[in-house]
Design a protein around this ligand. Structure first.
Ligand SMILES: C[S@@+](CC[C@H](N)C(=O)[O-])C[C@H]1O[C@@H](n2cnc3c(N)ncnc32)[C@H](O)[C@@H]1O
Length: 375
């Protein structure tokens, strides 16, 4: 057992992905899984945290939920924070910067909340450790607060860099899709272990890589470290065991293949490099090709893509034209499915067919829909 006994954890995620993250956690054997807006709560110990850190594909960040309560005044905030058991997590030499956000709450001044929370933690720990001054020279426990409709959540960031930082994409082309969203799209498209995956607008290759990692059961966190590992009393052996177990679950990937195309030769080159870095170079093939020359001749295929949006790349009319081209080349055919994430409101009209399924998602700040065709 590590430094963490039973705790409440919080996995934050992009709006619209809560159900997927909850399912991922249940599949890992986590308990008390509860999906809310933009986050999923679950219970567990350090092992559950390690497993989730290494394995979650669609979550943005993992945090220890220290406590929640209602506060409408600074005094209520101060007393509420002070009443929490910070000493259970933060050692005497902890560095604990505080940051957060407030939404639809009476306490709306973030800097004031920040200062009060810091003061309350200092008082609590000061009394427990018998000191009045903290050097803050030890491990980092980034305290995050969220005020939502007067409800305060106090958390400590267990991830450090966001979970989308897998380590395989040091370089990206313009407008890359976030790794966590790419993984979610691959999951929604039901990528198969023996499937054939295609991204005709592959850019830096994120969708290809996430699909290949999903198919081969490669844990997305295997190539990086997490903040919780640096904490006092962290059980190094436990993290090692979880890494080993994750490595043992990796499939050789003999049946799976992915193809990525793009009109930009640099993007194609970069996608291949990123795939190799992610350890899926053997499954991913890339080539320069215009969407107009899309080849759907093979027996089956699972297409997922985020074409250029008028906002970031190309102008609006060219982006709309690409939707029409997709409608022509993505033929309705047994064994084939297509998924397109786009903010284009009349995508279905341009594409020429009603989607079999539609889901609202955010690509960064851009409100999009994921249109799926599989019938
Ligand atoms: C939004 S980006 C895709 C980003 C990618 N998912 C990633 O993670 O990096 C769109 C890509 O479409 C490519 N593109 C633009 N017009 C194209 C066309 N006619 N055919 C194929 N690719 C095209 C661009 O070069 C760009 O890399």
């Amino acid at each position: 057992m590590g430094y963490l006994g039973d705790h409440q954890f919080c996995a934050t995620c992009l709006l619209g992905l809560e159900g997927l993250v909850a399912q991922e956690l249940r599949d890992m054997g986590c308990e008390g899984v509860q999906a809310e807006n933009g986050r999923v709560l679950f219970a567990g110990d350090e092992r559950a945290l390690a497993r989730a850190s290494l394995g979650l594909r669609c979550a943005e960040r993992l945090l220890v939920l220290v406590g929640e309560f209602e506060a409408r005044s600074f005094e209520e905030l101060f007393q509420g924070v002070k009443a929490l058991e910070w000493e259970g997590l933060l050692p005497k030499d902890a560095q604990f910067p505080v940051s957060g956000a407030s939404l639809n709450s009476q306490l709306h001044s973030v800097p004031d909340c920040q200062a009060i929370i810091k003061k309350a933690i200092v008082e609590r720990l000061g009394a427990r450790y018998g000191v009045s001054w903290f050097e803050e020279t030890g491990p980092v426990y980034r305290v995050r607060f969220r005020l939502m409709k007067d409800k305060v959540s106090l958390m400590v960031d267990a991830s450090g860099a966001g979970l989308h930082k897998r380590g395989y994409r040091p370089a990206a082309t313009q407008a890359p899709i976030k790794e966590t969203l790419a993984a979610a799209l691959a999951m929604l498209a039901r990528v198969r272990r023996d499937g054939h995956f295609i991204d005709p607008f592959c850019g830096s290759g994120t969708l290809l890589i996430e699909a290949a990692m999903l198919a081969r059961q490669i844990a997305p966190g295997l190539g990086r470290r997490f903040m919780a590992e640096t904490w006092a009393g962290s059980d190094k052996g436990l993290w090692k065991q979880e890494r080993l177990a994750a490595r043992e679950r990796v499939l050789p990937g003999t049946g799976f293949s992915a193809e990525g195309f793009d009109i930009d030769p640099q993007a194609v080159e970069l996608a291949a490099q990123n795939a190799a870095r992610a350890g899926v170079g053997g499954q991913v093939r890339t080539a320069v090709r215009d969407i107009a020359d899309f080849d759907g001749a093979s027996q089956y295929g699972c297409v997922v893509c985020n074409p250029p949006y008028g906002e970031r790349l190309l102008d609006v009319e060219s982006a709309r034209e690409l939707c029409r081209v997709m409608g022509r080349v993505f033929a309705r055919k047994r064994g084939w499915s297509y998924g397109v994430i786009t903010p284009e409101e009349d995508f279905e009209e341009l594409f020429g067919r009603r989607a079999d399924k539609r889901r609202k998602l955010y690509n960064g700040m851009i409100k999009c829909q994921f249109y799926q065709y599989f019938k």
